[in-house]
Design a protein around this ligand. Structure first.
Ligand code: ADP
Ligand code: MG
Length: 233
């Protein structure tokens, strides 16, 4: 039986370039997308097609002008387009995870604190949260000596692995992944594929962008084709 966790309906998004004479740049035109529990939908299309903009809209980082993003939250449905800021924060805390393309480094906060923070925020005891964080950092081959350091000085690939550990710390029912494997070597790429397959087996609904065709093959249940707005019919 299929169980939808995310239903996007007729989503429209434009950017207004205020510093360029108010030029209006349309990016999403009537997006309809349903994602079921245990399914990974991969956004597919050329650079500039609006894939990252769609993911950011799904995370309520961007505000669409029209349409709905309904998400199954606390055994109810919530429309993220219409939701109040505190409701969005509650959805992000319990229901919706997001691995962005780049880690937003917070100065002076240790790697272990960054990765365990989403669990602690859910009320999980610090010790248990840190155990989970350590397990993820080990799987992603971040050396133990780095766990107490802030990731500001880490390499791009190391920062991305911290970002992935942070995104997978809580078993969110819905997970958004924006090119999580882009700067990783083959071994770590495989670890991320394993994490995704394990999440799907738990019933997580995933929307992802994967530049790498091999990764796409391994994780995608289906592709969602996108094209640049100017090329759309
Ligand atoms: N914050 C923004 N402000 C203005 N334009 C943006 C912004 N983010 C993305 N765009 C534009 O929207 C289009 C789609 O970008 P993006 O969603 O990053 O595509 P993709 O991830 O498929 O490469 C591009 O033309 C890009 O320049
Ligand atoms: Mg992108």
């Amino acid at each position: 039986m299929t169980s939808p966790l995310l239903i996007v309906e007729n989503l429209h998004k434009t950017f207004t370039l205020h510093n360029q004479g108010g030029v209006v740049l349309p990016v999403l035109k009537g997006i309809d997308l349903t994602v079921n529990a245990g399914e990974c939908v991969v956004l597919h299309g050329p650079s500039g097609a609006g894939k990252s903009s769609l993911l950011r809209s799904l995370y309520a980082n961007y505000k669409p002008q029209q349409g709905q993003i309904r998400i199954r939250h606390d055994s109810d449905w919530m429309d993220l387009v219409a939701a109040a800021p505190h409701e969005i924060l509650d959805v992000r805390k319990k229901t919706l995870g997001y691995v962005s393309q780049f880690l937003r480094v917070i100065p002076r906060v240790s790697t272990l604190d960054i990765v365990s923070e989403p669990l602690r925020r859910l009320g999980i005891a610090a010790e248990q949260a840190e155990d989970k964080a350590r397990a993820l950092l080990s799987r992603l081959r971040i050396p133990e000596a780095m766990w107490s350091l802030a990731p500001a000085t880490f390499s791009g690939g190391e920062q991305q692995r911290v970002n992935i550990a942070h995104g997978f710390s809580v078993n969110y029912p819905v997970l958004l992944l924006d090119e999580p494997t882009a700067s990783l070597d083959a071994e770590n790429r495989q670890t991320v594929v394993d994490l995704i397959i394990e999440a799907k087996a738990r019933g997580t609904a995933i929307v992802g962008i994967f530049h790498d065709a091999d990764v796409r093959e391994l994780v995608a249940d289906r592709l969602f084709a996108m094209q640049a707005y100017k090329d759309a019919a």
